[in-house]
Ligand binder design. Structure first.
Ligand SMILES: Nc1nc2c(c(=O)[nH]1)N[C@H]1C(S)=C(S)[C@@H](COP(=O)(O)O)O[C@H]1N2
Ligand SMILES: [Mo]
Length: 250
């Protein structure tokens, strides 16, 4: 089997061309092919690019004048509405699961941690990209504070917005991406606190991955040994519902 990965275009074997994920979601056979190709995609990207390779960063003058919002633009639940009305003073981010010291962090506490800022390009599978500046603590700092247990293999991000089927949006990444220097919990975008549309008060930035991995409205972070017990078991809302690729490396 020949397999070439380049951004989110995956070419598999004799004439099988799969571009983007909407096409895939309609084809069960494509899903099983992708299912088997996905670990290859991850290994190839990390072998060619390196586990710690940085996503490209841009200059301030390259930032997009307009950065669209996509997916949920407001969780719209009573709980979120109350937190927003209080300017997120009562909001807490919890870190739990397979950790030695579960955390509950306020927004001022996240802002007081050492910060990383990065100007990166966001690529959505729906075919648009935008360059923006993101700032927040590195996820690795939080995981260090919490103390990952040896059995932890994945980090799950539980979000405050409900999707069409009534379940909450969620995403997950493995420890290579969780501990990557550009993986941050952004509370600021383009020098200002995140807007509701972009995921206030905190969203994940995991810069070597496609847009849907960048969970907005993150409220709970959970370290787990396996993704099988979470949601539909495929590691993310779109992975469960539409067969989107879990790794989703760009
Ligand atoms: N909680 C949550 N996170 C989400 C989504 C969503 O609907 N809910 N949409 C995803 C998709 S498909 C993209 S492209 C980006 C869009 O981020 P933006 O609205 O800041 O452009 O958020 C991702 N994270
Ligand atoms: Mo997206």
């Amino acid at each position: 089997m020949t397999l070439i990965t380049r951004r989110n275009l995956i070419v598999i074997g004799a004439g099988g061309l799969v571009a983007g994920c909407d096409t895939l979601s309609r084809s069960p056979s494509a899903q099983s092919v992708l299912g088997s190709a996905e670990p290859v995609h991850r290994v190839l990207q990390r072998t060619l690019g390196g586990r710690d390779a940085l996503a490209r960063e841009f200059r301030p003058d390259q930032m997009s004048p307009f950065f669209r919002t996509n997916g949920s633009r407001n969780p719209g639940t009573p709980e979120y509405g109350a937190l927003l009305a209080g300017n997120f003073a009562d909001w807490r981010l919890t870190v739990g699961g397979l950790v030695a010291r579960p955390l509950s962090l306020s927004l001022p506490q996240l802002r007081a941690m050492p910060q990383r800022a990065q100007i990166t390009r966001h690529d959505c599978v729906e075919g648009w990209s935008a360059i923006g500046k993101w700032q927040g603590p590195q996820l690795s700092r939080l995981l260090d504070l919490a103390g990952l247990r040896d059995a932890a293999r994945y980090i799950v991000f539980h979000c405050a917005d409900r999707m069409g089927n009534g379940s909450f949006y969620y995403e997950s990444i493995d420890l290579v991406d969780a501990l990557h220097p550009q993986t941050i919990l952004a509370w600021a975008m383009n020098g200002k606190p995140l807007t509701v549309g972009h995921g206030a008060p905190v969203r994940l930035r995991v810069e070597r991955q496609l847009g849907y991995k960048h969970a907005k409205y993150v409220s709970r972070i959970e370290a787990v040994a396996s993704l099988s017990g979470i949601g539909g078991g495929k590691g993310g809302y779109w992975e469960d519902v539409n067969g989107y690729e879990w790794y989703a490396g760009i």
